[in-house]
Write a protein that binds this ligand. Structure first.
Ligand code: PMP
Length: 360
């Protein structure tokens, strides 16, 4: 069996130990004689799996008691609409910080429901920086402030959590959740599609402060109302049970690694190595300002884009997969989430150096 190093931005690598455990338990979970896929979501077996996953996530992220954790479907993209539908209440405006493709999508959807003002916007420098706290223009009438702590495509990550006073801070943590410790109490709402650092695609996690639940827009569809899911323990309808289970295995794996401070140490080391290799080469380049460089998604270009195809095919031959950059930016992108072993980054760096020596 070969496990290649897969640099996909998502769905992304899962820890091998997690997939092995899922395989072991595939046909018969814990003596139940059933696969998790076959269980009623209301049966005692699945309820125990679901409760354990939530408890472990709460432990890893130190989620305060006054926050609900929701296990939903619809991807992070559904949250782009659910957030204004649930959080605007009697307000008509929301603040958004625009740092790249994913913030832009969130903004476009929010504009269907409210007036959006840009509290920060780095489009002028082609999304290669993050706005600093002092430059943020916060509207006191905004219902919330939305930002994208890690832009998966641009590889731009905030190195601080914006201070927004009494206005709830909303974060799309799809591509950086669980990569380092965070202070959940600074946020009103955190959301993330699962397919990067949590588990298989099809599960979306929302962590929401309780006081933000229960005053949605008139006529909101039942399934779009956070209260529906909060009141029913995310079991108003059939949740994505198998994904929830695998996410639970990933949470256990993170605990086994030593939790988020241990993950952060490894993630920092992996990212620093790769940025150093890029910066020290005369051949590869990353355009992002040093303080805004992502630990999770590292785009880079070759001195000669005409060599991209050759670079990629040589990489694939060495088991270094899915390095092609996003179609909107070209070049390469290495996504190195929690499950990417340090050895994968080392192998990539060796290959990059070898390729430069031959072609640079
Ligand atoms: N936000 C960010 C930061 C993302 O990286 C992605 C997916 N790549 C999304 C939102 C959209 O997520 P989904 O596909 O789960 O809707």
């Amino acid at each position: 069996m070969t496990r290649n190093f897969n640099f996909s931005a998502g769905p992304a690598m899962l820890p091998t130990a997690v997939i092995e455990r899922a395989r072991e338990e595939m046909l018969d979970w814990n003596g139940s004689g059933m696969s998790v896929m076959e269980m009623s979501h209301r049966g005692k077996e699945f309820v125990s799996i679901a409760e354990k996953a939530e408890a472990d996530l709460r432990e890893i992220l130190t989620i305060p008691q006054n926050y609900k954790v929701l296990f939903l479907q619809g991807g992070a993209s559904s949250q782009f609409a659910m957030i204004p539908l649930n959080l605007l209440k009697d307000k008509k405006k929301a603040d958004y910080i625009n740092t790249g493709m994913w913030s832009k999508k969130a903004i476009a959807e929010a504009k269907r429901f409210c007036e959006v003002s840009l509290a920060g916007d780095t489009s002028e420098n082609n999304f290669t920086t993050v706005p600093d706290q002092r430059s943020l223009v916060l509207d006191p009438d905004a219902a919330y402030v939305h930002y994208t702590p890690n832009e998966t495509i641009g590889g731009v990550e905030f190195d601080y959590v914006p201070e927004t006073g009494d206005i709830p801070l909303v974060a799309d943590m799809s591509s950086d959740i669980l990569s380092r410790p965070i202070d959940v109490s600074k946020f009103g709402l955190i959301y993330a599609g699962a397919q990067k650092n949590i588990g298989p695609s099809g599960l979306t996690i929302v962590i929401i402060r309780e006081d933000l639940i229960g005053n949605p827009a008139d006529g909101i569809p039942t399934m779009f109302n956070y209260a529906t899911h909060a009141d029913a323990g995310s079991m108003y309808n059939t949740p994505p049970t198998y994904n929830w289970y695998v996410a639970g295995l990933v949470f256990e794996w993170i605990k086994d690694q030593g939790g988020l401070s241990a993950m952060a140490e490894i993630n920092r080391r992996k990212a620093e190595k790769l940025y150093t290799a890029i910066d020290n080469s005369g051949f590869y380049a990353n355009p992002v300002a040093e303080n805004a460089r992502s630990w999770m998604n590292i785009p880079f270009t070759l001195a000669d884009p005409g060599m991209d195809a050759e670079f990629l095919s040589g990489a694939t031959q060495r088991g270094l997969l899915t390095l092609k950059g996003h179609r909107s930016v070209g070049g390469m992108r290495a996504s190195i989430y929690n499950a990417m072993p340090e050895e994968g980054v080392d192998t990539l760096i060796s290959y990059m150096q070898e390729f430069e020596q031959k072609n640079g």
